[in-house]
Design a protein around this ligand. Structure first.
Ligand code: PMT
Length: 228
């Protein structure tokens, strides 16, 4: 894309992985490093946008980003409220964060202990709200472009792209970047490859490249979406 094609735009990006507390010292989490979302924030900034980065336990250095544009969160509930409050005047929201679908029904007030002879505890889970589906259905601002990711392991019950396409329809985002994840792929590594599905059926695949290159390809798709 052109150098400053996001001039004057406000872009909200979520990155990293949410953590759901089990007790004061333990959580349910995932392997997202936050790099893919951070690279989208960096690229959007370079293309002229004002950026808000909602960072969920991001493990990469973000000291190059304006501290005023950074909102640090831990849980899905915190991420949801941060994205929604920054998203009210956003032209674009990109949900690159790996959001927990479930959280423990309750958080123990003190550290869960072993007791001799007692069976292991069970953790009851409840479903989290689907932030991307809500954002897509509500549109916090008219004309806002809502972008999601789909992380698919490509297991025995079907291929990565088909799962991703079904997810795009279900969640209603304008653009969905489908990436394979799993053993040494997607999460926590330097490179990525995405297939970007437009809600009108257009599809672009990036091939394997840096997360920076994937970010630029995604923003190209965002810019053409903004132009229509
Ligand atoms: O952080 P890195 O190490 O660089 O790795 C990048 C990545 C693999 C984490 C990233 O590219 C990615 O795929 N992010 C989305 C991970 C994810 O949660 O995928 P999902 O298929 O479970 O969810 C689909 C979409 O719905 C995502 O945009 C997610 O943010 C959103 N979601 C999911 C659950 C939920 N309760 N609310 C949501 O908004």
């Amino acid at each position: 894309g052109t150098a400053r094609d996001l001039d004057g735009r406000h872009v909200v990006v979520s990155a990293g992985g949410t953590r759901e507390p089990i007790d004061p010292v333990r959580f349910l989490g995932n392997r997202s490093s936050g790099l893919q979302g951070v690279e989208i924030a960096r690229a959007a900034r370079k293309r002229g946008a004002r950026v808000t980065l909602v960072a969920a336990s991001v493990g990469v250095d973000v000291s190059d980003l304006d501290p005023g544009s950074l909102v640090e969160v831990e849980t899905t509930a915190e991420l949801r409220s941060a994205v929604r409050s920054a998203g009210g005047d956003a032209d674009v929201i990109v949900m690159a964060a790996a959001v927990a679908d479930f959280r423990p029904a309750g958080t123990a007030a003190s550290k869960i202990k072993k007791s001799a002879g007692a069976p292991p505890p069970t953790i009851e889970l409840v479903e989290n709200p689907d932030i991307l589906a809500e954002l897509s259905a509500e549109r916090l601002r008219p004309g806002q472009v809502v972008v999601g990711f789909a992380a698919e392991t490509g297991d025995a019950d079907g291929d990565v792209l088909e799962h991703g396409r079904a997810k795009a329809r279900r969640k209603g985002a304008d653009l969905l970047a489908i990436n394979a994840v799993g053993d040494g792929v997607g999460f926590g590594v330097a490179e990525n490859a995405v297939t970007i599905v437009d809600r009108d059926g257009e599809t672009v695949s990036t091939g394997q490249g840096t997360k920076r290159a994937v970010a630029e390809a995604l923003l190209d798709a965002v810019v053409s979406r903004l132009a229509r």
